[in-house]
Design a binder for this molecule. Structure first.
Ligand SMILES: [Zn+2]
Length: 165
């Protein structure tokens, strides 16, 4: 396959970790992904299987996280529900301007609203325990990333928070 960006070279295929910035979150790493890269311009074209299940997996991990949701995570979860900003405001019985303040980080969501929002996202998905902790996240101040891997049977995505290498 020729590079879709520069069209000067054939893409080279390699299995590697892929920093999945396209999802709008800065710290999601997909492990063992087939990535085609351009030797000329460096463009990366990942082959991501079961995209919908992947986004469910990420949403599930966010809903379970101990820390408050970041503005980017609020946007990701809102989109995972297929909601516009107006839908978000309707469902949480608040003003549309309130939603944009949460999403651009000007005003934090109240804890009550955040809990409600997490419940809405979690509905229909099995949530073991919001307070579940992973060893990496117990250590205050450590920067952790969400590593998302396709399991060996290639049927399911699994998530794990751990320190970036
Ligand atoms: Zn290129």
């Amino acid at each position: 396959m020729r590079c879709p960006v520069c069209e000067r070279a054939e893409l080279v295929e390699k299995v590697q970790n892929y920093h999945y910035r396209e999802c709008g979150l800065g710290n999601v790493v997909l492990t063992g992904i087939t990535v085609r890269s351009c030797p000329e311009c460096g463009a990366l074209v990942p082959k991501i299987p079961r995209m919908e299940a992947l986004h469910d997996c990420i949403a599930h991990a966010l809903v379970k996280k101990e820390e408050r949701l970041t503005p980017e995570e609020i946007v990701f979860l809102r989109k995972s529900l297929g909601w516009s900003g107006a839908d978000f405001a309707d469902n949480l019985h608040c003003d549309k301007s309130q939603v944009s303040k949460w999403e651009n980080g000007r005003v934090p969501m109240s804890k009550q609203n955040e809990l409600l929002f997490r419940e809405i996202v979690a509905r229909g998905k099995k949530i073991d325990d919001y307070k579940r902790t992973d060893a990496a996240r117990k250590e205050a101040g450590k920067v952790v990333s969400l590593f998302v891997s396709m399991d060996d049977s290639k049927r399911q995505w699994t998530d794990e928070w751990r320190e970036a290498a």
